[in-house]
Design a protein around this ligand. Structure first.
Ligand code: SF4
Ligand code: SF4
Length: 451
């Protein structure tokens, strides 16, 4: 494989079509729409889906999440993780075969380009064995140029979810964004041109913890040895036994022989099912390879059971997280507020004998759209307090830092030096209560205050 292969056994994948490949093509199309079209869609003036890291905003389906929604975002992350656990325990590596970007891009762009330029798998194999010839060099150069173009396109599309599609594709995004595009594109090119199935076998963390998430009733792609063995018999029409044509091995992008039993390297792409179906179909038999579980392979289709201790636990956790998320989203207040003591100021004694505490109040209106919203500030916990509070009017996505002054008359009574204080910020769609303290200043008669 022109200098790249080393000791590695290069996998020459035979092209295959069939029922499951047609289904996969539809999911590939859907994922391409998500990757290339979604960043261009705007809802109410905001991107449908974008993670603005410098601005610390997540735009998702019309809602705007900020740093104040960290708990909510963490719970969404947990929900997605448990959804993956639940899905994997039921359906095994369906994600790898139908939804993983690596699989989708290799099957949609890279293998068709390779076949178009270098020919079918046997031709590619023969040319590579012939060594360095002009026919090999120009084909490799043309193929890698197209791979590089594909890597750049994919990286631009991916970065659009962070830097914005309009900005990125019109050259208006920052240097960091284009640098990251370059880094991602280099990574994708390396994967397309060389790494391929090794990414699944050696790098992918999901592939590594698969075995911990599945059991012997999880759906996987398996070979029906009861019907298939002994393989290579002369009278295949008798019971549809494997004729040892090797087609299921030749179409496998992972270079494995599924007839040797389930292997961790299998990405569940179903190419071997379609391959065997095309061979067995001609003999009037069902494919020897199909979706089943280890128990089903041993005991027959009747052994399929979706509800198991593992799926019940994952399903229960998922339902609990979904209910918590629904509650948090329903009661979410679309603005953030925080209060801190003004730098360098604890308590000051005014000439009129009142003790003054000064705070900095930050309010940000996180609403995605609409007109300016009014935010009223009040203070609770100190009934005799005199409050100089800002009256804030903020447009959507606007934030403001404003001083908040709280004064209390000095008192001759001995009182604690630190008094609890609550600042209530009320907006049009809810309110937030912030906890802080009022400092009385020095101890002693002169500067102590009465609440
Ligand atoms: S064994 Fe079959 S399903 Fe698994 S990776 Fe190979 S072709 Fe795909
Ligand atoms: S494609 Fe089917 S018949 Fe051919 S070797 Fe594989 S399992 Fe046997």
């Amino acid at each position: 494989m022109l200098g790249f292969a080393g000791n590695r056994k290069w996998v020459y994948v035979q092209h295959i079509d069939g029922k499951f490949q047609r289904i996969r093509r539809w999911t590939f199309l859907a994922l391409h729409v998500v990757l290339f079209v979604t960043p261009w869609i705007y809802v109410g003036g905001h991107p449908l889906l974008r993670l603005d890291l410098p601005g610390r905003h997540l735009f998702a389906f019309g809602a705007v999440f900020t740093a104040s929604d960290t708990v909510l975002l963490l719970l969404i992350g947990l929900f997605l993780a448990f959804a993956l656990f639940f899905f994997t325990s039921l359906f095994g590596r369906l994600w790898c075969g139908y939804g993983c970007p690596q699989t989708v891009l290799l099957d949609t762009w890279i293998r068709p380009i390779e076949r178009w330029i270098e020919g079918e798998w046997t031709t590619r194999q023969r040319r590579d064995r012939q060594g360095l010839t002009w026919a090999l060099v120009w084909r490799k150069a043309a193929k890698w140029s197209l791979f590089a173009g594909a890597a750049i396109l994919v990286s631009m599309a991916f970065m659009s979810f962070f830097a914005g599609a309009r900005e990125l594709w019109t050259g208006q995004a920052g240097g960091v964004a284009y640098t990251l595009v370059g880094i991602f594109a280099a990574g994708w090119f390396l994967d397309f041109a060389w790494f391929r199935e090794q990414l699944c076998n050696y790098l992918c963390p999901y592939a590594r913890f698969q075995s911990a998430l599945t059991d012997d009733r999880t759906l996987l792609i398996g070979y029906d040895a009861a019907r298939g063995e002994p393989r290579g018999g002369k009278d295949a029409k008798l019971d549809g036994r494997c004729i040892d044509c090797m087609k299921c091995v030749n179409v496998c992008p992972q270079g494995i022989d599924i007839r040797n039993g389930f292997q961790l390297e299998c990405i569940g792409c179903a190419r071997c099912i379609d391959a065997c179906a095309s061979v067995m179909g001609k003999l009037g038999h069902e494919s020897l390879i199909g979706y089943s579980s280890l128990v089903e392979l041993a005991q027959g289709k009747g052994a399929r059971r979706l509800l198991r201790p593992r799926t019940a636990v994952y399903g229960g956790l998922l339902a609990t997280l979904a209910a918590t998320l629904a509650f948090l989203i329903a009661t979410r207040v679309p603005f953030e507020a925080s209060v801190v003591r003004a730098p360098g100021s604890l308590a000051t004694l005014d000439p009129d004998g009142w003790v003054r505490n000064t705070y900095l109040l930050r309010v940000a209106n996180n609403a995605a759209d609409g007109g300016p919203a009014r935010f009223q500030v009040s203070v609770e916990g100190l009934p005799r307090a005199q409050v100089i509070a800002p009256d804030l009017r903020l447009r959507p996505q606007e934030g403001q830092l404003a001083p908040l002054v709280v004064r209390l008359p000095a008192s001759a009574d001995a009182v604690p030096r630190t008094l609890p204080l609550r600042v209530r910020v009320a907006g049009p769609a809810g309110e937030r209560v912030l906890e802080t303290t009022f400092k009385t200043g020095e101890t002693g008669e002169r500067a102590s205050v009465g609440p």
